[in-house]
Design a protein around this ligand. Structure first.
Ligand code: PMP
Length: 366
């Protein structure tokens, strides 16, 4: 009997599905531990939890869960439009910003097309490209930073999309406004630049990419409520681009792709300045703490602008497993060709301190 994969899209044959950070419940089951005792610093989530205003808005929204959501997300769109200073028709909501990456694949990628991203860039770009039969060109990043010249040099007539995460995941590095401006001045008009700004709100003076959207360039800026707003479990993010581009993406969107609960929560979280600034402060302090400890421990790390730090522990898998045995989940990065490294998300003070203590013990015994 032929294998089921013989009937499947041939593009799907030779790659593995996305490996998310290990869930708390799964870890608790495997270790015979209580979920409450597990520290998860594996998925760059908000350790303070969701915005309390969002939780309250969700409770209210539950009463209307029998109705389909407003697929276009009118109220959230209006609020985002006001906050960002772009008209409503420049926005599209996604089931997480990940879904907007998928819209881009549907809209712009065909068999044999190419996307470009950096080596060690967020792996979802490559996975989405694969599904659509497109090839991913990875520009070298020997010092873990984006090399925009290398990206520009890799452009061919088949290049459709260039993905630049800023700050980047998993390295945490940040491009400056001058670097982005220089890049945009040399990017051919027919190539779409995607600035993935999932960690935008953690940056003190983040570069502005919306100026290119306003100028009518082929630029899509991606943002999310999964990180600083603490709504990762709800799946809601958005893309910002010129209206002609958004109109194309809208055709690839399922009618009710974001839930009414998620829309209500995002709307409330957007206005919760207190939760956002509290999270940012905690993150900055936690990041300083980790980086200072790594320096003391003589561990190489990449200075981060986001809510996680990439640190070289010589054997990422072994240290990941040893930490797991101590009920701490971090991220190993073999899928990113970073086998010597782990990525650790910033937690609350106690979680950070416990993680450093555990890491010291593991490295002293290893
Ligand atoms: N882009 C980057 C760079 C990310 O790190 C992540 C989350 N890991 C996402 C996008 C996806 O976020 P969302 O939850 O909005 O789909």
């Amino acid at each position: 009997m032929p294998s089921i994969s013989d009937y499947a899209n041939p593009a799907l044959r030779d790659f593995k599905a996305y490996q998310p950070g290990k869930p708390i419940e799964e870890t608790a089951r495997e270790l015979g531990a209580r979920a409450d005792d597990i520290i998860k610093l594996a998925s760059n989530e908000n350790p303070l939890g969701p915005s309390p205003k969002a939780v309250s808005a969700m409770r209210d929204a539950l009463e209307c869960a029998h109705r389909y959501p407003d697929g276009g997300g009118y109220y959230l769109g209006e609020a985002l439009s006001k906050k960002l200073g772009v008209p409503r028709d420049h926005l599209i909501l996604g089931n997480g910003s990940n879904e907007v990456i998928e819209f881009l694949g549907h809209a712009f990628l065909r068999d044999g097309d190419e996307i470009i991203t950096s080596e060690h860039a967020f792996v979802v770009y490559k996975l989405v490209a694969k599904v659509f039969g497109a090839k991913t060109i990875e520009a070298a990043s020997p010092d873990y930073h984006h090399h925009l010249d290398a990206i520009l040099s890799a452009i061919t007539p088949r290049t459709r999309l260039v993905f630049i995460a800023n700050p980047n995941n998993p390295t945490g590095t940040l491009l400056s406004q001058a670097q982005i401006d220089g890049f945009m001045s040399r990017l051919p008009e027919n190539v779409i630049a995607i600035f993935d700004e999932a960690y935008f709100e953690y940056v003190d003076a983040p570069p502005d990419t919306l100026r290119f959207v306003r100028d009518g360039r082929n630029v899509v800026t991606l943002r999310t409520f999964s990180k600083i707003a603490g709504l990762a479990g709800l799946r809601i993010g958005y893309g910002i681009a010129r209206p002609e581009l958004i109109e194309i993406l809208q055709k690839t969107r399922q009618p009710f792709n974001t839930s009414s609960i998620a829309q209500a929560a995002a709307l409330a979280a957007l206005a919760d300045d207190e939760h956002i600034s509290k999270t940012k402060r905690l993150t900055t302090e936690g990041r300083d703490y980790f980086q200072q400890k790594f320096a003391e421990m003589k561990l190489r790390f990449v200075p981060s602008a986001a809510n996680f730090v990439l640190v070289n522990v010589r054997d990422g898998r072994a240290v990941f497993k040893a930490l797991l045995n101590k009920k701490i989940i971090v991220r190993e990065l073999k899928g990113y060709n970073l086998r010597e490294w782990i990525r650790i998300s910033i937690g609350v003070v106690e979680e950070n301190e416990k993680s450093i203590a555990a890491l010291r013990e593991i490295l002293a015994n290893g």
